[in-house]
Design a protein around this ligand. Structure first.
Ligand code: FAD
Length: 465
């Protein structure tokens, strides 16, 4: 490409009128907004952002990047902590116009565009009293969350997001369009369920739906000083609780705003964020063994709410643009010494938004074996994430330091690998450790479908012939 022609200009000339989406380059007024992603710490400047409106346009942009040997990033919801939905200098395929959601209440399925956020999906399915497992924040992209696995409020009852993925439509590195399912391209269907965006651009997902309408949800908080005690009771309680009850352990600082009572504003707390599928009385019964074993909490804010309300309960606290630095690990057990270390780091959270979550990986997530999908850690009990968060760039160093120190202190008590969706850019060995025995099979499938590693802005699986 001539040095005098920008990538955006070259794309306009080559693809021009056949493209009904937007081609945005640094010379365009929208560029500033278009290049920003959820994590304010990520400041990348792509040469071209292509907002594609359909699979044909995605295929054209894949070919454009491949022919010109430009780095190619694919953006779903733009939420990735490591900023893997964008890149410097290359092409970003921005899927945000692909946001159609079609619910089939009779078949109990939902077809979802590759650029949807979970909020869009949850609202549409809730109109029919249905839902599919996702995460805990509604602004997260369906694309990245699903392809990496998908841990959330419905995991214990209905499994990971990938356990409910029936079909996906992909554009491959060579530009071909394929549908993958248990019957079509089963190798790819296996690989995309956990293998991230390594194998192609997913333009459409088909998920199974379940009867989930009103849920019993919200937090129970104790003073952070009780961190080790609450965690010790929780670690015994949760694996034996009914699958209808999901509860992730958390350290937080109570936000200084309603609905939280004024007397606990800005107080550091530990606790559990619940989601029960059923009635209020049954929820209380299911939580009772834990609540009875612990002192009176500061807050037990659990009540009936529509599923999308629980899914968006954290949205206000965590808007786009904050600085995020996080580390993660899978955990099989929490010995006393680890519980004490958690309590120490919980008490030392450096900013109001910094947090630690232990997401349950059990119940229905354990019904699938480690080799049934690419997502290997079916024998973990929790996915731990240590997230330093703050709106102020000046605090980047302190949030990064806390997350890394916390991770390094607890890593010896982990299962070894991490949930790829909650890793930063931590290198090839860490990616391999997270896929364990599935890595070599993934590398062979990668060699078949993307031998030149066109899709490498991700937790990368290198092709192995
Ligand atoms: C505030 C917050 C809360 C979160 N909560 C949860 C949670 O509860 N549960 C959970 O499991 N995870 C959670 N995550 C992690 C989340 O799953 C990852 O950050 C995920 O990568 C986000 O997906 P995205 O599409 O928004 O990201 P993007 O940055 O757009 O993309 C991330 C990666 O996925 C690829 N990708 C995205 N869409 C497609 C597609 N359609 N086709 C091919 N590749 C694609 C991209 O190329 C990139 O490599 C959370 C993240 C944040 C920031």
């Amino acid at each position: 490409m001539s040095m005098l022609v920008t990538a955006a200009e070259a794309a306009r000339r080559e693809i021009g009128s056949a493209f009904s989406g937007q081609l945005i380059g640094p010379e365009d007024a929208e560029y500033g907004d278009a290049r920003s992603v959820y994590n304010g710490m990520i400041d990348r400047r792509p040469a071209l952002i292509a907002r594609c409106t359909g699979p044909e346009e995605v295929a054209r942009m894949v070919a454009f990047a491949r022919k010109r040997e430009l780095l190619l990033a694919v953006r779903g919801g733009g939420h990735n902590g490591a900023g893997l939905g964008t890149c410097d200098e290359g092409v970003v395929i921005d899927l945000s116009p692909l946001n159609e959601v079609r619910v089939d209440p009779d078949a109990r399925t939902v077809r979802v565009g590759g650029g949807c956020t979970w909020g869009e999906v949850d609202r549409a399915t809730n109109e029919h009293g249905l839902a599919t497992p996702s995460g805990i924040i509604s602004t997260t992209g369906v694309g990245g969350l699903t392809l990496g696995g998908g841990l959330g409020h419905l995991t214990r009852k209905y499994g990971l997001a990938i356990d409910n993925l029936l079909e996906a439509d992909l554009v491959l590195a060579g530009g071909e369009r394929v549908r993958v399912s248990a019957d079509e391209h089963p190798d790819l269907y296996w690989a995309i369920r956990g293998g991230g965006g390594n194998f192609g651009v997913v333009t459409s997902f088909l998920f199974r739906l379940h009867e989930v309408d009103t849920v019993i949800g919200g937090p129970t908080f104790w003073p952070v000083e009780l961190g080790a005690e609450v965690l010790s009771v929780y670690r015994e309680f949760l694996p034996n609780a009914p699958r209808e009850l999901n509860g992730f352990f958390a350290f937080h600082t109570v936000p200084p705003a309603p609905p939280f009572p004024g007397e606990i504003h800005l107080r550091k707390v530990c606790g559990i964020v619940w989601c029960y599928l059923g009635g209020e009385e049954d929820a209380a019964k299911a939580m009772a063994p834990l609540l009875d074993a612990l002192p009176e909490p500061l807050l037990h804010g659990v009540h009936a709410m529509p599923h999308p309300a629980l899914q968006s309960a954290f949205d206000g606290l965590y808007p786009p643009g904050d600085q995020w630095y996080w580390r993660a690990d899978f955990v099989k057990e929490v010995p006393d010494v680890a519980a004490e270390l958690h309590a120490k780091f919980g008490a030392e959270m450096p900013t109001m938004k910094s947090t630690m979550h232990l997401y349950p990986v059990d119940g229905a997530a354990h019904d699938v074996s480690p080799s049934d999908t690419a997502w290997s850690y079916r024998d973990a009990r929790w996915g731990a994430v240590y997230a330093g968060v703050d709106p102020d760039r000046a605090n980047v160093d302190i949030i990064r330091r806390w997350s890394i120190d916390y991770f390094e202190a607890l890593h010896p008590y982990s299962a070894g690998g991490a949930y790829v969706n909650m890793m930063m850019d931590e290198g090839q060995e860490r990616v391999r450790a997270s896929y364990r025995d599935n890595y070599d099979r993934l590398a062979r499938i990668k060699a078949t479908y993307d031998p030149y590693n066109l899709f490498r802005v991700n937790q990368n699986i290198e092709p192995k012939t």
